[in-house]
Design a protein. Sequence first.
Length: 311
Amino acid sequence: MPELPEVETVRRGLEGFVTGALIRDVEVRRDSCVRLTPGGADEFRGRLLGARIVGAARRGKFLWLPLGAEDALSAHLGMSGQFRVHAVPADAAPEPHPHCRARFTLEREGQELTLDFLDQRTFGYLHVEDLVPTPDSLPGGQGADLAAVPVSVAHIGRDALDPAVTPELAARLWRRGTRGIKQVLLDQTRVSGIGNIYADEALWLARIHPERPADALTARQARELFDAVRAVMERALAQGGTSFDALYVNVNGESGYFARDLEAYGRAGQPCARCGTPIVREVIGQRSTHWCPQCQRRPRRYAQRRGPVSR
DNA sequence: AGTAGCACCTGATTGC
DNA sequence: TGCAATCAGGTGCTAC
């Protein structure tokens, strides 16, 4: 569920809480939340005990806590993952929530802290892995944390708020292939961080039909789409992200407020804020997709591609 | 190489 | 009331 603005909200919350902390204890409450680790929960715990967290980093929706320059505690929130912080020792913290998959006891400046990883749908996961330099690392970087990424993140493209991604670069990455642009926006190997909500919102803002073939986008449309992605994400970030329910909250358990500003996502049947035409919803590429049939027209010449496929 | 389809889960909501 | 079907913010693997 969480997309870039939500994951960044979590990252910021973690950064202030865990930076400089020593990992004193690791309680894995559900083994399957530890993935990509041959030795499972035991290895996970073994590599973390005594390690010091030096920051909190993110690329797209992938999050990691570097343990120095060599390795990191990596996390992906999947559809429902959360981190929750308690500035008290574990024995004074609330009983773990039924969805709590792992509990960490940290020590920082002589204080014991408790960090919980919750995940209702269990698509999220944790692991410890090496940091590797990536070919597109920013020279000089934005601090040591960004000069390298975890192995599991190396195949992910730079994200939509990364200063190294220019509108021209995004246009080049997106205007390839014949799939609809909505599906291409969700492809994390191109420009990462965009999920189902912000894809629909950005396409609405840029007035582009979600099924327009990626290679039929003009360079100008692609640049406008990138501007739209950034605008939507920056506004969402300023409001702490989008919360529909308790499945997305920040590290303090608080909701984000961007849901009230959504113009397309989840608004099927309601009037478009620009023209009043009811927003439509249709499943495209197995994802629920929302758009204004008036503002986001499918050009006739491309509409033919939707016709019956001969086989 | 690029793309489509499905698998991985739990829980809330909807419909019969 | 009960039960089944449907839906949900994501990723990655397999097979074409």
